[in-house]
Design a protein around this ligand. Structure first.
Ligand SMILES: Nc1ncnc2c1ncn2[C@@H]1O[C@H](COP(=O)(O)OP(=O)(O)OP(=O)(O)O)[C@@H](O)[C@H]1O
Length: 335
């Protein structure tokens, strides 16, 4: 397989603060640094409310961070305005969890799918029928679905339409925000297979938000694990089960029920719920639920550090383990 590590989209030091009641501030994203490689899938996983959607909305210019940059091919898209912003949106498209809420129920599928093409002057009205048929066939739907309305289709078929619309402009990057979460498992599988097939054919870069770590594991190349607005671990998806190092990642993996699992090994789990993002503890955001937290975890927030190529972890416990093994830290600093 051809290895291509070209970074086409990069988040640098992205922080988002929302004003909250009583003059307080909610930090939905804290100093996020992530890279999206050409033709690869970066999965973003974490519990509800950890800040996944907030982050992905920056990538498609639906919102801007309080601090930090989003570089698409080296250009900071958070600074774009007006026509430049409009043009830039062609390159990064998004599919949401519930397409019905983003589709106009009074529009036929033909108009829904072709709207972006007409908006950007890529086709004329006369070319709509042919363009719609081609796009529907691309997502393995019959061409005559063009005449239907969204409510005359199943959830899986509507999600195929959403994918056809998102890919109409041939974007380089596709962001999927829980795009299969509302579907039955069997339908979910066929949609994932379609996405992977289209990704291979068109060399699309994908950002895949999902709270289901087993699904992410099956379709992502790289996985970023988020907890309370922070990325706590980034690692190759193939290493998730065997090589995850952050206690939160391990607990997420422990929550997967897998019939092939070795039940002689202890399953790591986490007690309680994540605290409110309005009430993030000082030090490590995970320390309140971490059975191994130390006084250092209460005093100092761990930074993401590289433990091996493509694998970064934000956890003080690794320093302790490194010291125990070698007498010195086994970690290397992140640039
Ligand atoms: N516009 C906003 N104003 C204030 N707070 C917001 C806003 N948008 C999101 N938040 C808060 O930011 C935090 C992160 O929300 P976000 O939707 O990004 O989480 P998530 O991980 O995508 O969760 P879910 O999987 O449930 O969608 C939450 O506490 C949420 O309430």
């Amino acid at each position: 397989m051809c290895e291509n590590n070209e970074v086409i989209l990069e988040a640098r030091h992205v922080t988002k603060r929302f004003p909250a009641s009583g003059g307080r501030t909610l930090v939905a994203n804290h100093d996020i640094n992530l890279k999206f490689q050409k033709g690869k899938t970066l999965g973003l996983v974490g519990e509800s409310g950890c800040g996944k959607s907030t982050f992905m909305r920056f990538l498609v210019s639906l919102d801007t961070p309080s601090e930090g940059e989003i570089l698409y091919r080296g250009r900071d898209i958070t600074k774009l305005r007006g026509e430049e912003l409009r043009q830039s949106r062609q390159h990064i498209q998004m599919v949401f969890q519930d397409p019905t809420s983003s589709f106009n129920p009074k529009m036929r599928i033909r108009d829904i799918v072709c709207e972006p093409l007409l908006n950007f002057g890529r086709i004329t009205k006369k070319e709509k029928d042919a363009a719609c048929r081609r796009l529907l066939e691309m997502v393995e739907l019959p061409g005559d679905f063009a005449d239907r309305y969204p409510h005359n289709m199943s959830g899986g078929q509507r999600q195929r339409v959403a994918i056809a619309r998102a890919l109409a402009l041939e974007p380089e990057i596709l962001i999927l925000d829980e795009a299969t979460s509302a579907l039955d498992v069997s339908v979910q599988k066929t949609i994932i297979e379609l996405i992977v097939k289209l990704q291979r054919e068109k060399n699309i870069t994908i950002g895949f938000i999902c709270h289901d770590i087993s699904l992410i594991q099956s379709c992502a190349d790289q996985v970023a694990v988020m907890y309370l607005g922070n990325v706590v671990e980034v690692l190759p998806a193939k290493d998730l089960a065997k090589n995850a190092k952050h206690p939160y990642t391990k607990a997420l993996i422990g929550s997967i029920f897998d019939i092939s699992m070795d039940f002689s090994k202890p399953i790591e789990s986490i007690e309680g719920e994540a605290p409110s993002p309005l009430d993030v503890p000082a030090g490590c955001p995970f320390r309140g639920r971490c059975p191994k937290a130390t006084t250092r975890c209460a005093a100092e927030q761990p930074k993401l550090r590289t433990v091996e190529a493509g694998h970064e972890v934000a956890c003080h416990l690794l320093d302790e383990e490194g010291k125990n093994k070698t007498g010195a830290s086994a970690l290397t600093g992140r640039i």
